[in-house]
Design a protein around this ligand. Structure first.
Ligand SMILES: [Fe+2]
Length: 264
């Protein structure tokens, strides 16, 4: 598997608190079947004022330690870029890194407020040649009242990343409800761990992959955890999504039980 969203770099944001914790996370990822992980610390000034140089030197240091410890995990560079008026300029001057230098970048909207003109922002960066990868829409609280905005972004070509833990229920019923809905409607391009630590938010994706194999099918599970992340790293276009409004019979019972529990 290829995990394109993690906070594995030490002491650079709210992720790994030390290099030993980064190494522990790397071991967990490898044992779970991940071969490549993107190091994507927050860029959210002034709280997390990261840039390409800071991220690159932290990756270099972690890479050296992985080699010393014989941990077979390939690191690629990226960032979890918070919406901000300077984003386009920073992508263009490369101080905010895209994923592995490609046209794709992780785009993190605020959790509790729908930013006005979020679709206009996506349009502008796409016109400039970039593809935003919308991170964890299923966990944003404003999705409840603005699912139409998610649909609009998906349909204009924004890539969609769900968090593995949402799919397996780690983030609660609501995140699970929305991730099931995205999966059932065929709106997902990749899943990622968005790992922050070894215990509560570990770099694991296999549980979500296995769930998707049952909830959708094996081909989708492979596409979201390997084929599409690889296309992104090769800077190639993602395949057209097979969107559907009708939920399969087998999905209906899972979906129904979540809705019932939410209502109850
Ligand atoms: Fe993140």
């Amino acid at each position: 598997m290829i995990d394109l969203h993690s906070h594995i770099l030490p002491q650079i944001d709210d992720g790994a608190k030390s290099i030993d914790i980064s190494l522990e996370m790397a071991r967990i990822a490898v044992n779970d079947g991940t071969k490549i992980i993107a190091c994507t610390p927050h860029i959210r000034p002034p709280t997390y004022d990261n840039n390409d140089k800071i991220i690159q030197s932290s990756i270099n240091a972690l890479r050296r330690r992985l080699k010393e410890e014989n941990i077979d995990l390939k690191l690629v560079m990226g960032a979890d870029i918070h919406i901000n008026p300077n984003v386009l300029e920073r992508l263009q001057n490369k101080s905010a890194p895209t994923l592995y230098g490609t046209k794709y970048f992780l785009f993190e909207p605020p959790h509790h407020i729908l930013p006005p003109n979020i679709d206009r922002f996506c349009e502008q960066v796409m016109q400039a040649g970039y593809i935003p990868v919308l991170t964890h829409p299923e966990r944003l609280t404003w999705i409840e009242n603005h699912y139409d905005v998610m649909v609009k972004m998906d349909e204009m070509g924004v890539a969609v990343q769900l968090t593995a833990g949402s799919i397996t229920g780690r983030f609660g019923e609501r995140a699970k409800y929305w991730s099931d809905k995205f999966l059932a409607e065929g709106r997902v391009d990749i899943i990622a761990s968005d790992a922050h630590d070894p215990k509560h938010r570990p770099p694991k994706m296999s549980g979500a992959r296995d769930y998707i194999a049952k909830f959708c099918d094996d081909e989708t599970a492979r596409r979201l955890t390997l084929d599409n992340p690889l296309l992104i790293l090769k800077n190639q276009d993602l395949p057209a999504k097979k969107r559907t409004k009708s939920i399969k019979k087998t999905q209906k019972s899972v979906f129904r039980s979540v809705i019932d529990r939410l209502k109850g």
